[in-house]
Write a protein that binds this ligand. Structure first.
Ligand code: B4P
Length: 190
């Protein structure tokens, strides 16, 4: 099993690069952002909670997200591994993921941190907002998401450094060039 965490601030390209990783390495994609957006579309109780938080640039509570993840992992069979996209976003989520995988005889094999500076993040997300219609892709919410990232999510980097599986990736430039750096890091694990 190959379990990859793709990490980075909002707009760093986690979703974009996940698509390429799936195509090239045959991993199963778990995106907590996509799961939450589906719940919002379905109008479920979880969707209503998620929308109220996402629209303010806040994170969904750890207990809720961890429960979603656990259920999702239980549905997987015959997979070569998983790409975790947008999860973990807090140190408590990272510890919970380790526990969930360890109880299945697995662990995270590599954490890829997409490094992109703040100006480029804002620029990319404002551009995406023009076409996606995502309610969280407006300047006020983007700035709040970046603040939340710095306070609640960035400490996850130290968690994976201490696990010895932290791998920074230059996240700017051509999408294919970034993917080449990622592919090299994943291939080196084999
Ligand atoms: P997510 O859906 O995870 O999304 P994201 O951080 O906004 O974006 P991502 O990094 O995937 O960027 P993308 O590839 O799309 O989260 C949304 C919200 O859900 C969170 O704010 C939070 O509220 C909630 N949530 C999700 N997971 C949670 C969790 N675990 N716990 C609590 N809450 C959670 O790229 C962005 C744009 O840049 C795209 O338009 C793309 O085309 C462009 N782009 C990508 N690479 C580029 C490049 N190299 N050059 C130029 N443009 C590029």
């Amino acid at each position: 099993m190959l379990n990859v965490v793709i990490f980075g601030p909002p707009g760093s390209g986690k979703g974009t690069q996940s698509e390429r990783i799936i195509e090239n390495f045959g991993l199963t994609h778990i995106s907590t952002g996509d799961i939450l957006r589906k719940e919002i579309c379905a109008g479920s109780d979880l969707g209503k909670l998620a929308k109220s938080l996402i629209d303010k640039g806040q994170l969904v509570p750890d207990e809720t997200i961890i429960e979603i993840l656990e259920k999702k992992l239980d549905t997987l069979n015959n997979t070569k591994g998983v790409i975790f996209d947008g999860f973990p976003r807090t140190v408590d989520q990272a510890a919970a993921l380790k526990k969930m995988l360890n109880s299945r005889g697995q662990d995270v094999n590599i954490m890829l941190n997409l490094e992109v500076d703040r100006e480029e993040l804002i620029d990319r997300l404002l551009k995406r907002g023009q076409v996606s219609g995502r309610s969280d892709d407006n300047l006020e919410t983007i700035e709040q998401r970046i603040k939340v990232y710095e306070k609640q999510t960035a400490p996850v980097i130290d968690f994976y450094k201490s696990e010895g599986i932290y791998h920074p990736i230059k996240g700017t430039g051509e999408i294919d060039a970034i993917f080449s750096r990622i592919a090299e890091a994943i291939s080196a694990l084999a």
